[in-house]
Design a binder for this molecule. Structure first.
Ligand code: AMP
Length: 112
């Protein structure tokens, strides 16, 4: 499958990793939209939120257990935002489920 994030998982494309274990990977976004901007992804390909079901929701729950741990390791003690885009209207550009974790500064009140 021609998926950039699968290639980051396999190491074919380099990334600046902040957390990794057997199920998930977190790395810095190439085009940061906040002082701190990392992406948290499942290693196993899921295209977007639309594809979450009982066969993979355990991994998604696991990601949300790890996001606070990752945020703490990044020093985001004053809060952060978690965003996921799904589909064309949301401008999802990489079709591998990912959660943007943004912080390190006061973010805009607008989300869209
Ligand atoms: P989205 O628009 O929600 O699909 O977000 C995709 C994100 O992936 C964007 O913020 C991109 O900057 C980021 N991105 C794309 N390619 C890479 C890469 N090779 N390494 C790190 N981040 C990437």
């Amino acid at each position: 499958m021609d998926c950039i994030f699968c290639k980051i998982v396999s190491g074919e494309i380099p990334s600046k990793k902040v957390y990794e274990d057997e199920k998930i990977l977190a790395f810095y976004d190439l085009n940061p939209q906040a002082k701190v901007h990392v992406l948290v992804i499942p290693k196993k390909h899921i295209s977007c939120v639309d594809e979450i079901d009982s066969s993979n929701s355990e991994t998604v729950a696991y990601i949300f257990e790890k996001i606070p741990v990752i945020a703490k390791s990044l020093g985001l003690s004053n809060g952060y935002r978690v965003i996921t885009n799904c589909g064309d209207d949301a401008c999802q550009s990489v079709k591998h489920l990912h959660f943007h974790v943004l912080g390190g500064e006061k973010l805009s009140e607008r989300m869209a």
